[in-house]
Design a protein around this ligand. Structure first.
Ligand code: T4K
Length: 432
């Protein structure tokens, strides 16, 4: 049965011409020409006004003030504070160090409850400091921590909870705050995905004891590498500020044990430059998200992770969820099909408990994480951002629709084929 959808409009240089991808034999995995001559990535950096960035870098070089604070770090922090409507912002060299410092400054020890369904940095920031990450299951509807499960994971050794706003959709902020305050626990949010998003009309950044952002190159708003801790707690902010710079309170004087978490001026200048284009990035992401949604609407077994239209969202992740009982083709097969077309879709996230050292430390964790286990086999993150346009999305969705519409045939033809290594090899060879 042939798909009824219209032939996608071609025209960008990245799309191989005269390709419809309406039949199985046109799919690259079955011998057709790849749809894209260049790879489409998840997490291709958005870059704002280059001219302004170059001017700022020239200014930094001219003034020879490169790091340890400076004009651009100050400006970056001020703008983040304003945008998130918080009182304090401490910019950091990356989101992981920002998490580590916030965890230490909050005095978390023993056990801290975290979702397993997150990027490995959330768990590593604890384990790195010999604090045990206790992996908690998620609510399959939100992909975020399930508060009822959080409560069940509390032991006498628990000192805190780290909620993650997965995909930029707010974690259950009120329920977690209530649990934390009832049990006397610290509450930190890993807000790496949620910069510029809101919850009940309040910007992400002001919840819990503190929140942590990442401005890594792959985030929709990047400062090359970078991160920040934001909080409304002045004492905590001061502590974090000192910890970022070895604990120095003055020349040859320290107050706490600190590390080096400083953001340099060139990265901060990139951050400031990109903040000026942030609304543009969000609107491209929103447009792309809506196009994906429209193109894939009505395909049985496929749904996109939804964003609340009444709130602010950055739309940086386009996450496809597969119901394999309807699509027949499974997530691994669909990912492989896309990789062969030069679409480097990602299977974020695998579940930290499935990765070392946690797999060995907690070999039975999966028993307590049925929703995480199931979700991590269903999701596939698709390319978006300023490098991805309507024509690419249309063709990419046509590939998905063709794969799903011939689901049984695809499954049979791919049966027994070594999937993961081929996809992985393609991904890594592309990066090198
Ligand atoms: N908490 C959460 C919930 C997080 O998601 C993250 C980071 C953190 C904490 C820690 O924040 P940071 O310490 O990173 O500031 C990426 C990022 O490296 C990572 O920052 C991010 N989360 C995570 C979700 O994704 P990977 O494994 O996707 O690989 P990566 O970074 O090598 O590249 C991804 C794609 O982007 C590739 O297809 C190529 C493309 N790319 C990448 C870079 C770096 C480019 O085109 N240009 C580039 O410069 O990790």
């Amino acid at each position: 049965m042939r798909m009824k959808s219209a032939m996608p409009r071609l025209g960008t240089p990245e799309i191989a011409r005269a390709i419809s991808k309406l039949s199985l034999d046109e799919l690259a995995i079955f011998g057709g020409a790849p749809a894209f001559t260049e790879s489409l990535h998840v997490g291709r950096p958005n870059i704002g006004n280059r001219q302004k960035f170059h001017e700022r870098v020239a200014d930094i070089l001219e003034r020879k003030w490169i790091t340890n604070g400076g004009r651009y770090v100050d400006e970056f922090e001020r703008r983040i504070k304003d945008l998130c409507d918080v009182e304090h912002c401490v910019a950091m060299c990356n989101g992981t160090v920002a998490l580590e410092i916030a965890i230490r400054a909050l005095g978390m020890t023993g056990e801290v409850i975290v979702p397993s369904f997150t990027f490995i940095a959330t768990a590593n920031a604890l384990q790195w400091q010999e604090i045990t990450p206790v992996f908690c299951d998620i609510d399959p509807r939100t992909h975020n921590l399930d508060p009822a499960r959080v409560e069940q994971m509390i032991t006498p050794r628990t000192t805190g909870i780290i909620g993650v706003h997965v995909w930029g959709r707010p974690a259950p902020v009120e329920a977690l705050s209530e649990i934390a305050s009832r049990h006397g626990l610290k509450l930190l949010f890993d807000s790496a995905h949620a910069f510029g998003s809101s919850h009940n009309g309040r910007m992400i950044g002001g919840f819990g004891n503190a929140e942590v952002f990442s401005f890594h190159a792959t985030k929709f708003m990047n400062s090359l590498e970078g991160g920040a801790v934001v909080t409304n707690d002045a004492h905590l902010a001061e502590k974090i500020h000192l910890m970022r710079n070895f604990g120095f309170t003055g020349y040859d004087e320290t107050e706490y044990i600190g590390t080096n978490g400083k953001l340099d001026e060139v990265s901060a200048a990139m951050g400031v430059t990109n903040l000026e284009s942030m609304e543009e990035f969000v609107s491209v992401n929103r447009r792309n998200y809506r196009l994906y949604d429209k193109e894939l609407a009505g395909v049985a077994g496929l749904s996109l992770v939804k964003y609340n239209e009444a709130e602010r969202s950055n739309y940086q992740y386009v996450v496809l969820e597969l119901d394999e009982s309807k699509t027949i083709v499974n997530r691994e097969q669909l990912m492989e099909i896309l990789h062969e077309e030069n679409v480097l879709a990602r299977r974020y996230f695998r579940g930290c408990h499935q990765m070392e050292p946690y797999r060995s430390l907690f070999p039975h964790a999966a028993m307590l994480l049925p929703e995480t286990e199931s979700l991590s086999r269903r999701v596939l993150t698709l390319p978006t951002g300023t490098d991805v346009g309507p024509e690419q999305i249309s063709l990419l969705c046509q590939i998905i629709k063709t794969a799903v519409s011939y689901g049984s045939e695809v499954r049979d033809r791919l049966a027994g084929r070594e999937m993961v290594s081929a996809a992985g090899a393609k991904f890594y060879s592309d990066l090198s």
